[in-house]
Design a protein around this ligand. Sequence first.
Ligand code: ARG
Length: 459
Amino acid sequence: MKLWGGRFTRTTDHLMEDFHSSISFDQRLYKEDIAGSIAHARMLAAVGLITPAEGETIIKGLEEIRADIAAGRVTFDVGAEDIHMNIEKLLTERIGAAGKKLHTARSRNDQVALDLRLYLKEEIPAVKQLLASLQQVLVDLAAQHLDTVMPGYTHLQKAQPVTLAHHLLAYFEMFHRDQQRLEGCLARVDVMPLGAGALAGTTLPIDREMVARELGFREISANSLDAVADRDFVVEFLAAASLIMMHLSRLAEEIILWSSEEFGFIELDDAYSTGSSMMPQKKNPDVAELVRGKTGRVYGHLIGMLTVLKGLPLAYNKDLQEDKEALFDALDTVKGCLMVFAPMLKTARFRVERMQAGASSGFAAATDVAEYLVRKGLPFREAHAVVGALVLHCLQEGRDFQDLSLAEWQSFSPLFAEDIYTCLPAEACVNGRNLPGGPAPAAVTQAIERARKFLGGLF
Ligand code: ARG
């Protein structure tokens, strides 16, 4: 007999049972479901809808069930559909009549919304901690590489010298915004939906504020229909997770490029690399590739969830049951990626000599030469043309800026003097860019201080 079986005369088809049951995946919510039920039972007793003795029996029964599930002593029943009814059924089997009063003034519709919110109230801070650990690795590496010059790119063409510290801190900024997004999402998760019932609340005299207090929610939901139909907070989390994955995959892509022989900027530790079953010489950056690849499934869950919600009429519809696998998989994916990315990066060896060489060739100082002329009074557009002609000249002769004699420089502009040579080293290019947000070591030192202050508040 189903918990809802009263108006039915025939049993559920087995195919149907397997198809609509969610216990295989929503058992993950058992702790939240039980915490919600304990708070609900306390409230029912407080307002007199059940006796204090019934309240205590229910709570004790739920605590025992929680311990049994945690110890793997419970076999869930597909026939009981989901975690909510499985627990209610177990409770009634164990404590009898009192168990049948637990669902007073409650529906699985507000119950599942509560469980998901409780779950994310735990998991979002966990993701934030993992992000912070990766940010810590980035900042520590940056502090070691304040003076490590490397080529900066636009269009993946060598552009201007930067430092490895500055490059790594660009990712710190991305993850900083991810932290803010998760924080914002958490504020919208922190709303207590119980009391919305199936969709229109209850005629019974419940105390919603008390339940919110018991469970540590900041506020209660303002509209019963919205409370059971809303999954915006799931979409928001999936969007935040998608952006984290996007940022990770951009860094992953750079690590993959950098570990190629052609770049040679980085060597990953053996512990975070794999070989080829056929080609003995290979050392592959699998972690970074997998992170890049897994980004797709998180995006997929975001689009999937937006599509589930599109055009869904109020209030609860079974479509909403699709939220959980998407959310769980996105959580597992983003946490797994963050967990392995931090040590992979921390143990990598940066080949600073290769970076230095890359920053010192290929006319990376061209803009600096143009700005040299600007300082001597030439309009920038004219300076740009002069340096463009110089680059062409060098390319035709197979030479670089530092190979040119002063007479050659001056044949392109009389404004060039002996001090032009001091503008050419990559270190000079970087040191000259000492503006807030720029790559000069002095500016990056300040950025590191800010970053450390921020992380201090997180750990
Ligand atoms: N398993 C359901 C879900 O995940 C719980 C809510 C079911 N409500 C209902 N009226 N059938 O959404």
